[in-house]
Unconditional design. Structure first.
Length: 395
């Protein structure tokens, strides 16, 4: 393969492309070709500054390039490359938020997190929050936030300019004590991964880079409160890589009020989350179906907001942060738990949801998340495994 010609062709397109041109995800089918292209790119980018605009994902052997350049590449290197559209993707929250606060919000109580805090508060668990960033000045979050990464402006803190990521962070791990708000896992450590802009919009490539960063930085669990209708091979590939690296991904199903749902929640390697209302029924806006692993509180959820404030929001986004928080409580006690084992325990310990008129339980998927039952089951499973190993050693 002519690696110099490959980059020369792309360089011409990068120079000609407008600043916010459409992009494509270029994946190499052969690891050797990716390594050769990567080596040439590193050699050329010091002399050709435009090549520094190219971003890479080592995890799935991909480059993110202007759309016109990708079409030219496909004409010449069709047998070597796979190319797909870099789709837009949105956070999963609904309009019509209102101000609101509570020391222990109703959703945190509904999943029985306070009853679990005598056993676990999520200490030392690293949660990657791929979202709009976080408000680092919020008093309820200042002890919970690590520096994370800003994928939109490398070198800058992942400051939230939307509010969605701060709301998710509050439900996950706010630690405001008696004067502020308490999240589900108040001693977990949050790593904001800013992939979404001020409008709550991102590209698939940004999500790929975010998951790649989480794998490289040995994050324990990833909260992904967003989705899209289109299946993406690149996104699925990087989800599989994270799954095989032992990182659980908790993803929101979407707010269309339909059977079926959005990606990445529909990928079998994720933990798919739907939303409940205050009466423990599946919220009218929540997507549902047999692929849903568990439901969490998602209607009128109060949490942290920008400028050290608070706000109520609804959506499967909010439900997902409750489930991720519950999982973090368990991972603090069971740090070696695999994503598959975590999903099974979440499903097994979920409580039945209340049915609306005409609904069938089998059509909804999983039940309501319960952090206390999850911890008890996790500890029992660990003791049973240890006893089996001990018996085998004696036998």
């Amino acid at each position: 393969m002519d690696y110099f010609g490959f980059w020369q062709m792309l360089l011409e397109e990068i120079k000609a492309a407008p600043k916010h041109a459409e992009r494509r995800i270029v994946t190499f089918n052969d690891a050797r070709h990716y390594a050769g292209a990567l080596q040439q790119w590193r050699s050329l980018r010091t002399k050709r500054p435009h090549l520094r605009q190219i971003q890479i994902s080592p995890l799935i052997r991909a480059f993110f390039v202007p759309a016109a350049g990708a079409e030219r590449l496909m004409d010449k290197y069709a047998s070597t490359l796979s190319i797909e559209e870099d789709f837009r993707i949105k956070v999963h929250s609904l309009p019509g938020e209102k101000a609101g606060t509570a020391v222990i919000p109703w959703g945190v109580k509904a999943i029985h997190a306070p009853g679990a805090w005598s056993k676990s508060t999520g200490v030392h668990v690293k949660i990657g929050v791929i979202d709009t960033g976080a408000d680092f000045r919020h008093p309820d979050l200042k002890h919970s936030l690590a520096s994370g990464v800003n994928l939109l402006h490398r070198g800058m803190l992942p400051i939230d300019d939307n509010g969605h990521g701060t709301h998710i962070a509050g439900t996950l791990a706010a630690a405001g004590g008696t004067r502020g708000m308490m999240g589900v896992a108040p001693r977990a450590l949050l790593y904001p991964v800013k992939a979404f802009d001020h409008s709550g919009s991102a590209y698939v490539s940004d999500i790929v880079l975010g998951i790649d960063w989480c794998v490289q930085n040995k994050i324990d669990i990833i909260n992904m409160s967003f989705g899209m209708k289109t299946r993406s091979r690149a996104l699925h590939d990087v989800v599989i890589k994270a799954y095989r690296a032992g990182i659980a991904i908790v993803a929101s199903s979407g707010n269309d009020g339909k059977r079926g749902g959005d990606y990445p929640a529909r990928y079998p390697e994720t933990i798919a989350v739907g939303a409940l209302d205050r009466r423990q029924r599946v919220a009218a806006f929540s997507n549902r179906g047999s692929y849903i692993d568990v439901y969490g509180p998602g209607e009128g959820v109060p949490s942290c907001w920008l400028k050290e404030g608070y706000k109520e929001m609804s959506g499967t986004s909010m439900a997902t942060s409750h489930v991720t928080g519950a999982a973090a409580l368990l991972l603090a006690l069971r740090p070696g738990l695999s994503p598959r084992e975590l999903k099974l325990l979440l499903r097994r310990t979920a409580q039945p949801v209340r049915l609306r008129k005409g609904q069938r339980r089998a059509a909804l998927g999983g039940g309501a998340a319960d952090a206390l039952r999850l911890l008890r089951a996790g500890v029992r499973a660990k003791r049973a495994a240890e006893a089996k190993v001990s018996d085998a050693a004696r036998g």
